[in-house]
Ligand binder design. Structure first.
Ligand code: PBG
Length: 331
C-alpha cells in the first residue's frame, strides 16, 4: 500500500482521532463474540469444578459441569467451544487406547453438550499426549516419535469424536499426513460435514507450560516436542505446512501460539485467504493474569488489546481462555 497524502498542515493525521465518534468511523477492525472459541478442560467425576493452579480462573470440569459451561457460553454469545481432556497418570497407557474410546471424558462431554446446547459448535483435540504415558503427541518407539503409526491412531481418535457429534476436528499433533488421512476416513464414514481445523503452524513453545499442567502432562512429558513441532526461528516453513494441510482437506488453519507469532498469522492470511485462527495459549493467558494480579497492568484492557491484535493480524477467530470474560465486555 502506498498512501497518498498532502504535506503538513494539509494533512493532520490527528484529525481522525479527535473523538470517539470519528475513531469509530475510521476503525479498521472489530472483535465480536462470534470470533471466539473457548477452550474447556474435562475430567472424570460429577459435580467437579477444580481451578487449575497455573491458570487462575480456568477450571477442569466433570461432564455435568461442562454442560453448564456450554450453556453459559451460549448465553454469552460464544458460538464455539473446544474440549481438552484432563487425564490422571492412571488413565494413561503406552498404547493410548483411551484416545479413541467412545466413553472417554471428551467424547462423553461432546454427546452431553450436543444434546443440551444443540447450536454450540464443538471442536476437539486430536493428539495422543493426553492419553500417552510419556506425554508425547505420538507413539514413542526406541526414543523416536513415530509418524505413520501415530497417524493411524489419530484417525481412530478423530472418528470417535465425529461419531460423538463433534463439528470441528482439531488435530494438534503435527504429524505428517494426518489431515489427508482424517479427511479420507471422515468421508468414507459419511461425516462429510465434519470440519477440520488444522493446527498447521504449531511451534515448539514454552508458552504451553501451564496447559501441560492443566491436562496432567507436565509430570508425564519426557524430553521435548522439537522433532514434530516447529522451530520458533522459522516462518517460510509455516506457509509450506499451511499449504500442505489445505491441500489435504483442512477447512481452516491455526497458528499457535498467538501473540508472539502475529507475523505468521498475517503471512498465512495474505498467502491463502483461508479461514485463519490463532490460539492465545495458556502461557499468554497466565502472563496477563499474573501481571494483573500483581497490579502491574489493567487486566481487561490488556486482554481486549491482545484480542484485537489477532483481528488486526488477519485472524478470523481466536481460541482464548479469556472468551467468557471478553464476551461479557463485548456483550
Ligand atoms: C497438545 C496440545 C498442547 C496445547 C494444545 N494441544 C500442548 C503441547 O503441544 O504440548 C497447548 C494449549 C495451550 O498452551 O493453551 N496436543
Amino acid at each position: 500500500m502506498n498512501p497518498i497524502q498532502a504535506p503538513f498542515p494539509a494533512t493532520r493525521l490527528r484529525r481522525t482521532r479527535q473523538n470517539e465518534g470519528i475513531r469509530g468511523l475510521v476503525r479498521e477492525n472489530a472483535l465480536s463474540t462470534a470470533d471466539l472459541i473457548w477452550p474447556l478442560f474435562v475430567r472424570s467425576g460429577e459435580g467437579v469444578s477444580e481451578e487449575i493452579a497455573s491458570m487462575p480462573g480456568v477450571f477442569r470440569r466433570s461432564v455435568d459441569r461442562m454442560v453448564d459451561a456450554a450453556r453459559e457460553a451460549h448465553e454469552l454469545g460464544i458460538g464455539a467451544i473446544c474440549i481438552f481432556p484432563y487425564t490422571g497418570i492412571e488413565e494413561r497407557t503406552e498404547d493410548c487406547a483411551g484416545a479413541w474410546d467412545p466413553e472417554n471424558h471428551a467424547n462423553r462431554a461432546i454427546r452431553a453438550i450436543r444434546e443440551a446446547v444443540p447450536d454450540m459448535v464443538i471442536m476437539t483435540d486430536v493428539a495422543l499426549d493426553t492419553y500417552n504415558i510419556n506425554g508425547h503427541d505420538g507413539f514413542v518407539v526406541d526414543g523416536e516419535i513415530v509418524n505413520d503409526r501415530t497417524v493411524e491412531a489419530l484417525v481412530k481418535m478423530a472418528l470417535s469424536q465425529a461419531r460423538a457429534g463433534a463439528d470441528i476436528i482439531g488435530p494438534s499433533d503435527m504429524m505428517d499426513g494426518r489431515i489427508g488421512a482424517i479427511r479420507q476416513a471422515l468421508e468414507a464414514e459419511g461425516h462429510q460435514n465434519v470440519m477440520i481445523q488444522s493446527y498447521a503452524a504449531k511451534y515448539a513453545s514454552a508458552f504451553y507450560g501451564p496447559f501441560r499442567d492443566a491436562v496432567g502432562a507436565s509430570g508425564a512429558l519426557t524430553g521435548n516436542k522439537k522433532t514434530y513441532q516447529m522451530d520458533p526461528a522459522n516462518s517460510d516453513e509455516a506457509l509450506r505446512l499451511v499449504a500442505r494441510d489445505l491441500s489435504e482437506g483442512a477447512d481452516m488453519v491455526m497458528v499457535k501460539p498467538g501473540l508472539a507469532y502475529l507475523d505468521i498469522c498475517r503471512r498465512v492470511k495474505d498467502a491463502f485467504g483461508a479461514p485463519t485462527f490463532a490460539y492465545q495459549v495458556s502461557g499468554e493467558y497466565s502472563m496477563i493474569k499474573a501481571a494483573a494480579a500483581q497490579g502491574m497492568i489493567d487486566e481487561e484492557r490488556v486482554m481486549m488489546e491482545s484480542l484485537m491484535a489477532f483481528k488486526r493480524a488477519g485472524c478470523d477467530g481466536i481460541l482464548t481462555y479469556f472468551a467468557p470474560m471478553a464476551a461479557r465486555i463485548l456483550g
